[in-house]
Design a protein around this ligand. Structure first.
Ligand code: ATP
Ligand code: MG
Length: 500
């Protein structure tokens, strides 16, 4: 389908190289007016790179990017780009400005004469309200630097929605959103595409969401278009995964949940006990505890487990851990690992090479500060286990795709004998094939006796991998604990108050 009529953007034969590495090898892509178009592909396939070229954030080596207006007339590149809004994979907000100011930034660019606070606030309010009324009412004048990752994500989306763009490129926008917020976002997108002819490009590794929102898909594999504009209903999940070059649905027995973990006599002594007012949770070695629900509840629990809590809402007790874990460093020394959900700001060390990013917690745990001789080999093994293709371990992490950077954070704690491992959205941005491998790795760590506490906004993965799930309601309160034999998505939805 290379007919240009009805297209907002048309990409033909796009190529892009970084040094000696060619990452786009002649990509074709087109988006029609009023459609929600899923852009799919494994980690490192080239999705974000293409998006950056469309918006002008990166240059191309060869090929065409053409924009069209609603009459099918070609626009200049500058005009075309002015009608495009993007939510990048990593948040791009100014921390020292307020929510309203951040949302108003693009209007500013388009020549609104004066930056009027009241107008900016009004626009921001209208946009935010579309996703979360309460957040809109309370957050406009807060500094973005004080927001959680998840709130920041909503601000970014609101900015794109309010920008008056004809084409919105969403690069994994739902990664930090709860089920309810995602549902609201989808409702807004449906309305805008139907009523205003907005076009949306949606990148996600969550198959369920992709099917909910998109009608058409393009699949990129290894820098080439392998499926160019196909109706998504014509492709099965297995077909999509195979087109992406990944192993389709793994053998169920391989991922079978061990029905009862063999616990040795010391299990009870080595348990970790979590307590808050009137609520106790005992976690034996090897337990995988899922944490579900709106972010405030899980965040408080995780802060206590990682030594970052400022208040004493939760107490964490374990033989040999006297009192609270007092700092993240102390927690690490005690054998409590942590994979942050804020990859970009708190996880990745942007100015240090891949090897330092991977070896960071090993060095802390082992008390070695300098790369030892065997580190190279160890690092290589870890990269292999997570299927990370890096030209060199001395490259900086920003030469890796988003999902691949996530794998670095996982590698950081992989194979370290830990008593406790706290995971915040560890599979954020990780492609479908690799996700399954990560589930397997998490199970292995649990099998070796580590207690896993795992917060995810993706209920399906918690239900698939965990032994128990503690659910928090929208007020941040503990709503209950589900044991594996009574797991169901409906129960989780009811407990977390996320029923749409
Ligand atoms: N600045 C850079 N220098 C060198 N290589 C880069 C750079 N940026 C991206 N790459 C490489 O380009 C390839 C495509 O990356 P891209 O970020 O477009 O992937 P993606 O499809 O968005 O993956 P993901 O699903 O993980 O986000 C990757 O192999 C990545 O390592
Ligand atoms: Mg990407």
């Amino acid at each position: 389908m290379s007919d240009t009529s009805g297209n907002v953007v048309l990409v033909r034969g796009l190529t892009k190289s970084y040094g000696a590495t060619t990452v786009l090898k002649g990509v074709d892509f087109s988006v029609a007016r009023g459609e929600v178009h899923a852009l799919l592909g494994g980690n490192g396939a080239g999705k974000s790179t293409m998006i950056r070229i469309i918006t002008g954030a990166a240059s191309k080596n060869d090929g065409d990017v053409r924009f069209f207006d609603s009459n099918g007339r070609e626009r200049s590149e500058a005009e075309g780009r002015a009608k495009v809004a993007v939510v990048h994979q990593e948040l791009a907000l100014l921390p020292h400005m307020t929510v309203a100011e951040n949302i108003a930034l693009p209007h500013h660019r388009k020549g609104t004469r004066l930056f009027k606070r009241s107008v900016a606030a009004m626009r921001a309010f209208e946009a935010l309200r579309m996703i979360d009324e309460e957040f809109a009412a309370t957050s406009l004048h807060r500094l973005v630097g004080s927001l959680t990752l998840h709130e920041g994500q909503m601000v970014e989306i609101a900015r794109a929605l309010s920008s008056g763009a004809e084409l919105i490129l969403l690069d994994e926008p739902t990664a930090n959103l709860t089920a309810l917020e995602t549902e609201r976002l989808f409702a807004v997108l449906r309305k805008l595409t139907r009523e205003n002819g907005l076009s949306v490009v949606f990148v996600s590794h969550r198959m369920k969401e992709i099917r909910q929102i998109a009608n058409v898909c393009t699949i990129i594999r290894d820098g080439r278009t392998v499926v160019d504009r196909q109706t998504i209903n014509e492709l099965s999940d297995v077909a999509i995964v195979e087109k992406m070059g990944q192993v389709a649905a793994s053998h169920p027995e391989e991922f079978a949940r061990p029905s009862a973990r063999v616990l040795d006599a010391t299990a009870e002594r080595d348990s970790i006990t979590l307590q808050e007012q009137g609520f106790t949770l005992e976690l034996r070695p090897g337990t995988i505890l899922g944490v579900a629900g709106a972010p405030s509840g899980p965040a408080a629990l995780i802060a206590s487990l990682t030594g970052a809590a400022r208040t004493k809402r939760w107490t964490v007790a374990r033989a040999g851990w006297s009192g609270r874990l007092q700092s993240p460093r102390k927690a690490a020394r005690l054998g409590a690992g942590y994979i942050t959900g804020d990859r970009s700001h708190k996880g990745i060390l942007h100015s240090l090479p891949i090897i330092d990013n991977i070896m960071a917690s090993r060095r802390i745990v082992r008390g070695t500060a300098i790369a030892g001789g065997s580190e190279g080999a160890e690092c290589f093994e870890l990269l292999k286990a997570l299927k990370v293709k890096a030209a060199s371990v001395w490259d900086l992490p920003n030469t890796l795709s988003g999902g691949t950077q996530q794998k670095l954070l996982i590698a950081r704690w992989l194979g370290i004998p830990s008593r406790l491992l706290v995971l915040e959205e560890p599979t954020r941005g990780v492609d479908i094939g690799t996700k399954r491998e990560i589930y397997q790795l998490i199970r292995q760590m649990a099998a070796s006796g580590t207690v896993i506490v795992w917060w995810s906004t993706e209920n399906v993965e918690l239900l698939e991998v965990c032994d128990r799930i503690v659910a928090f309601d929208t007020e941040g309160r503990c709503a209950g604990v589900l044991e594996q034999d009574v797991f169901s998505e409906e129960k989780l939805v009811t407990l977390t108050g996320m029923a749409a």
